[in-house]
Design a protein around this ligand. Structure first.
Ligand code: UD1
Length: 428
C-alpha cells in the first residue's frame, strides 16, 4: 500500500505530456477479441486499468507482447474461452465490454457483473436491451451474465438514456452481426469515436460515431491493425484544473483541444487564460478562481469525470458556486474528505453548494474513487501544510506517472510505500 505526501503552495510551471485515453483504451483492448489478425496499439496509457484488461486477455489465451510501456501487440487468435469470473471483473466497470466482444466473436459470453467506481447504482439493463435486440438471450446464471445467440442480426436499438457503456457494448456485439444496426440516442464521447475508428481500421463499417445515431453494418471478418489511442481528455482536464487552483503557467501537450472545450469554457469563466494550439494548449492563472456554476452532462456537456476536480477548484473560489451532477446518483462522497481540509460544501442529493474559502488546510485524507482521488491531489497541491492521501491505488487506475508529471511542474509530491508494493507495480 502506498500513499502520497504533498506539500501545498507551489505554482505549477512548465509542460506536461498527456497520456492515451483510459476510457478509449479499456474499450479498444476488449475489441481486439473480434480481430482475426495482430493488433498493434500505441499511445496506450500505462495505468493499472489497462494492465487489468491485458491480464484478462492473457488469461483468455491471447498472445500479448509489450513493445514498450505505451505500445502493445496482441494476437487474439488463440482465445477460446467466453467465460470471465468475478475475480477478473470485480475491479473494473469496463470488464463488461467483454460481454459485447465475446458475443460478437463466439455468440456466447459468460461474464460476472462488472465492478468499478461506486457512484451509486450502475445498472447494465441498456447493454442487455441492446444484446437482446440483436437476437441474443441474456440470463443470470450462477451470478454470471450469460448471453448467447444462434446468430446476431442487426437491428435498431434506442437507448432510453445516453450510456457510454451500452453504446460501446452494442457496437462490439453488432460489428460482426448480419445486417444493419442503428443505435439511436448513442453516447457521443470522444472515446466512442475512437473505438469506432479502431474497429473501422480493422475493416468494420461504422458510421456516425460522435453523433447520436450510429450505424453499424455487420462485416464477416475483421483483420489486424496499427492504431494509436486518442489523448486522455480527463487527465488533461485534471492538470488544467490543478493549474487553475494552484496558479501557474503550463503547456498541456499531446491533446486534442476540441475534446476539452467544455472544460476550457468553465476554467476560463473561473479566470484562467487558455491559448489553444493544434495538439496542445497553454493555461495560465495568476489570481484566485472566480465562482462558477456547473452541471455535468453526457458529452458534449461538462464531463462527470471532472466533477470532483472542478469542485475542488471551486472550494477556494471567490464566491459561492453550484455544482449539479447530471449523470450519477451518488458522486459527492469525497466532499466529506474536502470538508476535513476546511472546504465549505453543502450537498443535497445531486447538487453541491460550494462556498469558496480562502485556503484549504492539510489533513490526512483518502481517495474514494479514481477521480475523487485526483481531486484530493489537487486539494493537496493548494492546501497549506502537508497532506497525506491514502488508497491511491485507485488513482493508479487512471493517471500515468502522476508524481513524475506533477514534480516536473514544480509540485512537491512524493509517493511512499507503507508496506507492500503497489498494485500497479505488481501488474508490471
Ligand atoms: C462511463 C465511464 C465513466 C463515466 C461515465 C459517464 C468508462 C469505462 N467509464 O461509465 O468514467 O463516468 O461513462 O460519462 O468509460 N445507465 C443505465 N442503464 C445502463 C447503463 C447506464 O441506467 O444499462 C445509467 C447510469 O446509471 C448512469 C448513466 O446511465 O446514470 C450513464 O452511465 P454510462 O454512460 O453507461 O456510464 P459507464 O459506461 O458505466
Amino acid at each position: 500500500m502506498d500513499k502520497y505526501i504533498i506539500t501545498g503552495g507551489n505554482r505549477l510551471l512548465g509542460s506536461v505530456k498527456i497520456s492515451g485515453a483510459k476510457n478509449a483504451a479499456v474499450a479498444i483492448l476488449p475489441a481486439v477479441l473480434l480481430s482475426d489478425g495482430v493488433c498493434r496499439i500505441e499511445n496506450l496509457p500505462n495505468i493499472s486499468d489497462v494492465f487489468a484488461i491485458i491480464r484478462i486477455l492473457r488469461e483468455l489465451g491471447a498472445d500479448v507482447r509489450m513493445i514498450n510501456k505505451n505500445t502493445v501487440e496482441i494476437n487474439p487468435s488463440h482465445i477460446n474461452s467466453f467465460t470471465l469470473p468475478f475475480e477478473m471483473t470485480k475491479r473494473m466497470r469496463a470488464s463488461s465490454y467483454f460481454i459485447g466482444a465475446m458475443l460478437g466473436r463466439f455468440k456466447r459470453a459468460r461474464v460476472a457483473p462488472p465492478g468499478g467506481c461506486d457512484f451509486g447504482v450502475r445498472p447494465i439493463d441498456l447493454h442487455i436491451k441492446g444484446f437482446e435486440a440483436l437476437g441474443a438471450q441474456v440470463t443470470m446464471e450462477n451470478g454470471m451474465v450469460d448471453a448467447r445467440a444462434a446468430r446476431l442480426i442487426g437491428s435498431p436499438v434506442y437507448l432510453d438514456k445516453v450510456s457510454v457503456g451500452a453504446t460501446v457494448n452494442i457496437m462490439l456485439a453488432a460489428v460482426k452481426a448480419r445486417g444493419l444496426t442503428v443505435i439511436e440516442n448513442a453516447a457521443r464521447e470522444p472515446h466512442i469515436v475512437d473505438l469506432a475508428n479502431f474497429l473501422n481500421s480493422m475493416g468494420a463499417d461504422i458510421m456516425g460515431a460522435g453523433t447520436s445515431v450510429i450505424k453499424i453494418r455487420g462485416v464477416e471478418t475483421l483483420g489486424g491493425t496499427n492504431y494509436s489511442i486518442i489523448p486522455d481528455q480527463i487527465e488533461a482536464g485534471t492538470y488544467m484544473a490543478a493549474v487553475t487552483a494552484a496558479g501557474g503557467d503550463v503547456l498541456i501537450d499531446n491533446i486534442t483541444p476540441k475534446h476539452l472545450e467544455s472544460i476550457s469554457a468553465k476554467l476560463i469563466e473561473m479566470g484562467a487564460v487558455i491559448e489553444e494550439f493544434d495538439e496542445s494548449l497553454r493555461i495560465t492563472m495568476d489570481k484566485r478562481p472566480k465562482k462558477c456554476n456547473i452541471t455535468t452532462l453526457p458529452h458534449p456537456g461538462f464531463p462527470t469525470d471532472m466533477q470532483p476536480q472542478i469542485t475542488t477548484v471551486l472550494s477556494v473560489a471567490d464566491g459561492t458556486s453550484i455544482v449539479a451532477e447530471g449523470v450519477w446518483d451518488n458522486r459527492f462522497r469525497y466532499v466529506e474528505q474536502l470538508s476535513m481540509m476546511n472546504a465549505n460544501i453543502q450537498v443535497d442529493g445531486k447538487v453541491a453548494v460550494v462556498s469558496g474559502v480562502e485556503n484549504l488546510k492539510s489533513a490526512p485524507v483518502f481517495a474514494n474513487d479514481l477521480r475523487a482521488g485526483a481531486a484530493m491531489v489537487i486539494a493537496g497541491l493548494i492546501a497549506k501544510g502537508t497532506t497525506e492521501i491514502e488508497n491511491i491505488e485507485l488513482i493508479d487506475r487512471g493517471y500515468e506517472d502522476l508524481v513524475e508529471k506533477l514534480t516536473g511542474l514544480g509540485a512537491d509530491i512524493k509517493r511512499v510505500t507503507i508496506n507492500e508494493p503497489s498494485a500497479v507495480k505488481q501488474a508490471l
